[in-house]
Design a protein around this ligand. Structure first.
Ligand code: NAI
Ligand code: OAA
Length: 308
């Protein structure tokens, strides 16, 4: 099982390390435009192997895509991250050009791959990848909701003072500071609705912290986060390679689901060997529907700036 990761920076290299450490794939190829960088990251990760006890082979390539040939999954993390004070949407110009160049090269060598998009602004870059390649929507999945949901569960665990492992929760909508929708009504602690365990103010605090989770870390770190993003991507890759059919909120092209068409946005998806196996249409109440429609409008507005 071979995975290519384009962009050997913070998120790409972390994802490679998680995939190797958890033995999710047998081979990982990191590709980066910066000369020597991907080779260096790959060598560093491989020098973990004897202590961390994994057999996955991690290779690096300075923009030579022949090494990526016949990957089952291609992860796209290449592009610039935001700096404190910026929105993800401000990255659109630079990153759309990067996505265009890498998609064409990657597809040439791995014509049957499933693509997992990470580059921001995520929902728009996922749509860009679809437009550039003309691939079926099943094969291009944007990773945003897996990360946002992990943050949601973390903030719930902090507020409830319970282990994160005992908490379930999902975030849908756009992967943006104001567009994501933590579904608090569906969140549970061991099956018990968190809405029965937290006050309305506490619930609002958790949702707010989740929505600005990426911005908070960007302010603290000076660049955007990588550990949780890398782990979230690895989980999506794992569900594809093993055909686990896990339900993971991902940004995919809607074709009538949730009453929407022509945009990629986070919705609950069944992720398996074909990529997007199914979109799950959960019931949204009036308030959630209103938030979803606002999120759809915001993502459409960002998409208008796309020139690829
Ligand atoms: N969807 C999500 O949930 C998340 C998305 N992101 C996004 O992921 C992207 C990467 O973030 P980081 O890894 O932190 O950035 P980074 O700057 O650490 O790494 C990006 C890498 O891409 C490489 N690159 C640029 N152009 C390239 C090209 N044409 N071909 C190959 N490699 C190229 C750079 O040389 C760099 O090594 C950003 O756009 C960031 O906003 C980050 C975290 C979460
Ligand atoms: O905040 C950012 O720009 C990076 C990202 O998407 C995240 O960490 O959620």
């Amino acid at each position: 099982m071979k995975v290519t990761i384009i962009g050997a920076g913070n998120v790409g290299a972390t994802c490679a390390e998680v995939i190797a450490n958890r033995r999710i794939a047998s081979e990982v190829v990191l590709v980066d435009i910066a000369e020597g960088y991907a080779e260096g990251k790959a060598m560093d990760i491989m020098q973990c192997a004897s202590n961390s006890k994994f057999d996955t082979i991690v290779k690096g390539s300075s923009n030579d895509y022949s090494l990526t040939a016949n990957s089952e999954v291609v992860v796209v993390t290449s592009g610039i991250p935001r700096k404190p004070g910026m929105t993800r949407e401000e990255l659109i110009g630079t990153n759309a050009a990067v996505v265009k160049s890498v998609m064409e090269s990657a597809l040439k060598y791995s014509p049957n791959a499933i693509f997992v998009m990470v580059t921001n602004p995520l929902d728009t870059m996922t749509l860009a990848a679809l437009k550039i390649t003309g691939l079926d929507r099943k094969r291009i999945i944007g990773m945003g909701g897996a990360l946002d949901s992990a943050r949601f569960k973390y903030f719930l665990s902090q507020k409830l003072n319970k282990p994160v492992y005992d908490i379930e929760g999902m975030v849908i909508g756009g992967h943006g500071d104001t567009t994501m929708i933590p579904l608090i009504r569906y969140a549970t602690y061991k099956g018990m609705p968190v809405t029965e365990l937290l006050s309305v103010e506490e619930q609002e605090e958790v949702c707010k912290s989740t929505m600005v989770g990426g911005a908070t870390l960007t302010k603290l770190l000076g660049t955007s986060a990588w550990y949780a993003p890398g782990a979230a991507v690895a989980n999506v890759v794992e569900s594809i390679l093993n055909d686990f059919k896990r339900m993971i909120p991902c940004s995919v092209l809607l074709d009538g689901e949730y009453g929407q068409k022509g945009l990629c946005i986070g919705v609950p998806c069944i992720i398996g060997k074909n990529g997007l196996e199914e979109i799950v249409e959960i019931n949204l109440n009036d308030k959630e529907t209103e938030k979803f429609l606002a999120s759809v409008e915001a993502v459409h507005n960002t998409n208008k700036e796309l020139t690829v």
